[in-house]
Structure formats: C-alpha cells, structure tokens
Ligand binder design. Structure first.
Ligand code: XLS
Ligand code: NI
Ligand code: NI
Length: 442
C-alpha cells in the first residue's frame, strides 16, 4: 500500500459544499445551512460552531461486534505508521475545509499512534501536532476541544482515574498532561473529560467512594496544570450512564453537577452533553440541556442521535428536526454556545462505506441544526410559547408566590393564606395545544 500519495486530493470530485437553498436537489449542497445568514443578530456559523470529530470520521472503519471493517478509505493504509497518520491529517483538513465546518475535535490516540513507551508515544504525537498546526494555519479551521483516550488501551481495563491500580492512575495523568499541552499548543477552545471506563462492571470488587475521591483528585490536578500552563480554554465533563462499563459515575448532567459541587470543582468544569448519552440515561437531550443551563454549566454539545429500537450508543447523525429544534430552543434561551460548539460525535452506518457518505452525513446534520436554529428563532419571535410558560407561573409574581420566591415566607404564613382562600384553582397544562403550536413552525 506504499503507493498511496500524500499530495493528491482524497475527494477530487468534491468541491466546496455551498448553500443552494431549500429548492436545491444537489445532495452535495446545503439546503438550510447558510453560514453567513443572520439569525437573532448572529450568523449561523457563530451560533452553531460546527465541529467534525476525528475518531469516527477519520478513524472509524465500520467494524461492529459481529463484523469486520467495511469502510473504504483510499488514502489510508490502516497501518500504525506516523506517515499514514500524517497523510490522514491532510485528508481530514481537506474534508473539513470542503465541508465548511470551522472546528474539529480529537483524542490524542485518534491522531497519532500509541507506541511501546510513553516517550515514543509522545514523540509520535508531536510529529502529528506539527502537521495539525500547519493545516490549521492553512485552512483557518480551529480545534474545538482535545481529549485523551483513557479507555481503549488494555491498561485501562479497570478505568483510568478510577482504576484500582495507582500506577494506571499515574499513567492516565501523564497522558492527560500531554493531551492538555498539545490542546493548548493548538489553541484549542476547550478540553473534554469523558470517563470512558470510569465506573464499574460489578460492585463486588469496587470501592465506589475511593474511586470517586480519586476521580476528583485527578480533575483537581488537571485544573492545577491548566493554570500552570496558562491554558484558557474551557474544561468540560461529558456525561454518559453506561457503555463500555455497566455504570459510569458521570451518568447524567445532574449526577455530574452533584459530583462537581461535592468536590469543589463546579467553577472549573462545564458540561459537554451528547444526545445519545442522554437517551441512554433515560432522558431527552432537551432535559439534559435544561439541567445544565439551570446550573449555568451548559458548555458544548456532541450532536448525534440514537435509534429508538437499538439500546446502545449508535451515534447516528442527527436528522430529526424536532430534536434540533428542542436543542436550539434551549441553547438560544441559555444565551448560546460560547466556547462550545455543535460537535458531530456521530458515525456513518457500516453499510455507508464510501467516502462520499461522510459528506452526506455531515451535510445532513448541519442542515438539520440550521433548520432547528431557524425554527427555534421563529418560535421565539412569535412569542406565544414563551408567553404561555410565563403566564403559567404568573401566580409567583405577586402575593404569596412573590413572598416565597424572595425568601420572606414561612409555613405558618402560608397556612394562614390557605385558611383564608380555601382550595386553590388550577388551570390546564395545554400540552396538546402547545404541541400543535410547535407544529405550526416545523
Ligand atoms: C463516547 C463519547 C466520546 C467522547 C470523547 O461515547 O461520546 O466519544 O465524546 O471522549
Ligand atoms: Ni461524545
Ligand atoms: Ni458517545
């Protein structure tokens, strides 16, 4: 496979994807994502901050538990050589540039091969970071966030920061130190902690309290190192309830926030929420976004979706307009994504094995989010939904409600109120009315 050339374009037949509007029948054009179009005073590009993930899009090969890789990637010899990894970087940036996404995200081990020792591995990483830097400069594409893969290597079989083995914990720290350094060097806007195996398979062998304490120590050390190297990007923690472990400690937004508060980390990390993780936890994505927003911890999103009939993290590209509308309604309400973005932590299906499928998938996701953004903005402009919710709580604006909210009430006072006024009068929740109202915009 040495005949693979470094310089030839990997997608020669594909030109830069452009906006052609809703009437276009061109599958390699945007129908809704118009980067410079303004919505609520900001361009779509500024609102959505799309990001392509290195792991699925450039390392995913379509293997599953029952079958071998299917993906056809003519530029990749699938070896672990640094040369192959460097060539892949050029292809990745050709793809992201043609797609017109402003960001990408990676794990250390997606971009560069792991070697026999930490020193060698770090050297490999440096050789790739050099090319990433060149390509970022050439294209203007930026790093949304970096992260360390602390779950694939056999050493992490018991977890990384929550491993029973202190030496494994130390290895994870060394790996994170380097991953933070390269993220900083590449001017990453954030750094993600996803606890791939930070959980357990059985409680029979697990000291949960001790593992949680260690996870907190690990994050505190990362916070200290961040300060030391002057990395100004945002730290995110990414909830997921299970898979690969039976139970992961960062199970959902509420569990993460509780953990962060308990260990004095709340001011240092925001949340990176992923749709398929939300549904695995038995929540909707909108629920997770609302929980995060209420705690002022909405950081970034991993945009994907699961399959209703498959119970695992299928990481499909988001195409459901209701989903993207819900996401964008909450994000707009929360003041938008700041350092975060809409990061496609999603993979093409095993059967979609051709390179062009990567374009179709991302174009579809970007258009779905662009529609979600426009629909959400229209719902907000219309104002009926917001007005309804406001009115639903209007009893809190005066009288006893106001007193409770301002902390001036007591059980005795409220008892007096009820003795005077009798049985409260209720009003309809109007769910069906509101569902119909939303459908006016979809
Ligand atoms: C896996 C996670 C992972 C994180 C980054 O389910 O989504 O891809 O986003 O480590
Ligand atoms: Ni993710
Ligand atoms: Ni995931």
């Amino acid at each position: 496979m040495n005949s693979i050339k470094t310089t030839a374009a990997a997608f020669p037949a594909i030109k830069k994807i452009s906006y052609e509007g809703p009437k276009s029948k061109n599958p390699l054009a945007f129908k809704h994502y118009n980067a410079k179009e303004k919505v609520e005073g900001k361009t779509m590009e500024e609102h959505l901050r799309f990001s392509v993930v290195y792991w699925h899009t450039f390392r995913g090969r379509g293997a599953d538990m029952f079958g071998m890789p299917t993906a056809c990637r003519p530029w990749d010899d699938f070896s672990d050589s640094v040369e192959n990894a460097q060539r892949r970087v050029r292809v990745a940036f050709e793809f992201i540039e043609k797609l017109g996404a402003p960001f990408y995200a990676f794990h250390d081990r997606d971009v560069a091969p792991e070697a026999a020792t930490l020193v060698e591995t770090n050297k490999n990483l440096d050789a790739i970071v050099k090319v990433l830097k060149e390509e970022q400069k050439r294209t203007g594409i930026n790093l949304l966030w970096g992260t360390a893969c602390l779950f694939a290597h056999p050493r992490y079989m018991h977890g990384a920061a929550t491993s029973c083995n202190a030496d494994v914990f130390a290895y994870a720290c060394a790996q994170v130190k380097k991953a933070m350094e390269v993220t900083h060097e590449l001017k990453g806007e954030g750094y993600v902690f996803w606890g791939g195996r930070e959980g357990y398979s059985t409680l029979w062998n697990t000291d949960m309290k001790r593992e949680l304490d260690h996870l907190a120590k690990f994050l505190h050390m990362a916070v200290a190192y961040k300060k030391k190297i002057g990395f100004k990007g945002e730290f995110y923690i990414e909830p997921k309830p299970k898979e690969p472990t039976k139970h992961q400690y960062d199970s959902d937004a509420a569990a993460c926030l509780n953990f962060l508060r308990e260990y004095g980390l709340k001011d240092h990390l925001k949340l990176n929420l992923e749709t398929n993780h939300a549904t695995l936890a038995g929540h909707t994505m909108q629920h997770e976004l609302e929980v995060a927003a209420a705690a002022n911890a909405l950081g970034s999103i991993d945009a994907n979706t699961g399959d209703l009939l498959l119970g695992w993290d299928t990481d499909q590209f988001p195409t459901d307009i209701y989903l993207t509308t819900q996401c964008m309604l909450t994000i707009l309400k929360a003041g938008g994504l700041k350092t975060g973005g809409v990061n496609f932590d999603a993979k093409v299906r095993r059967e979609s094995f051709e390179p062009n499928d990567l374009f179709y998938a991302h174009i579809g996701g970007m258009d779905a989010f662009a529609r979600g953004l426009k629909i959400a903005a229209a719902i907000r402009k219309d104002g009926r939904l917001e007005k309804f919710v406001k009115e639903r709580y209007s009893s809190w604006n005066t009288g006893v409600g106001k007193e409770v909210e301002s902390g001036k009430s007591s059980l005795e006072k409220l008892e007096q109120h009820i003795l005077k006024t009798g049985e409260p009068k209720n009003f309809s929740g109007r769910q069906e009315f509101l569902e119909n109202l939303i459908n006016e915009f979809i």
